[in-house]
Ligand binder design. Structure first.
Ligand code: ITT
Length: 213
């Protein structure tokens, strides 16, 4: 990342996502900056097909689609849970593991079953990470990607009802609550010491903040 990122200079920012959980979190992060936001979901923009092979490529594809369709800069998030013993799966396919009904109880169960099939029963074998690639794209086609990662352990059974997606099975390292047991403030809010929030998304956002705002 460098200071070659083109900074946002006010005006509207389109949040290029149709995922309600993500939108809530990104709004929490953006709103303190006084940026006017509108989501791709609210604008009824079509969801582009995610044909990339990396988080960054898919984030770019989504942000560019929203920026070119609306004429406003757009911020997207491509993210997912990558499990070490599954060679990084579900990874960029994290949404697809939940099927057309977006059933994350099933997706979490499938992660657990795949891990058991690999013999991952003890904590030492259950490492993984959440990854978020945020992309800021402009209508003229310029795009910048910011990535954040949080390592942790995949726990079973799921714990907590906060957050969304795979949060109930992710225990961030050096913590005793899963993301599903954390409040939004604990998951992605700024730390009391002024450090960026804990989550992968908050970490990616801290880079976006530093270089693009
Ligand atoms: P958009 O593309 O419209 O933003 P999506 O849900 O299709 O929404 P992704 O392709 O990036 O987004 O899929 C990422 C999936 O990974 C998402 O559906 C979540 O279930 C999961 N995920 C990402 N961040 C997460 C988080 O902070 N907590 C729990 N699960 C998360």
């Amino acid at each position: 990342m460098s200071n070659l990122v083109r900074r946002l200079t006010g005006g509207k920012l389109v949040l290029a996502s149709h995922n309600a959980g993500k939108l809530r979190e990104i709004r929490d992060l953006v709103v303190p900056h006084g940026i006017e936001v509108v989501s791709a979901a609210e604008l009824d923009l079509p969801e582009p097909e995610e044909t990339g092979t990396t988080f960054a490529a898919n984030a770019k594809l989504k942000a560019l689609a929203s920026a070119t369709a609306t004429g406003f800069p757009a911020l997207s998030d491509d993210s997912g849970l990558s499990v070490d013993c599954l060679d990084g799966d579900p990874g960029i396919y994290s949404a697809r593991w939940a099927g057309p009904d977006k059933d994350f109880s099933m997706a979490m169960r499938n992660v657990q079953e795949a891990m058991l099939a690999k013999g991952a029963t003890e904590a030492a074998k259950r490492g993984g990470q959440f990854v978020s690639a945020l992309c800021l794209a402009y209508p003229d086609g310029e795009a910048f990607v910011f990535e954040g990662i949080i390592r942790g352990e995949i726990v079973w059974p799921p714990r907590g009802t906060q957050g969304f997606g795979y949060d109930p099975i992710f225990l961030p390292e050096n913590h005793d609550k899963t993301f599903g047991e954390m409040t939004p403030q604990e998951k992605h809010g700024p730390r009391p010491d002024g450090e960026p929030g804990l989550s992968h998304r908050a970490r990616a956002f801290a880079l976006f903040e530093k270089y693009a705002l």
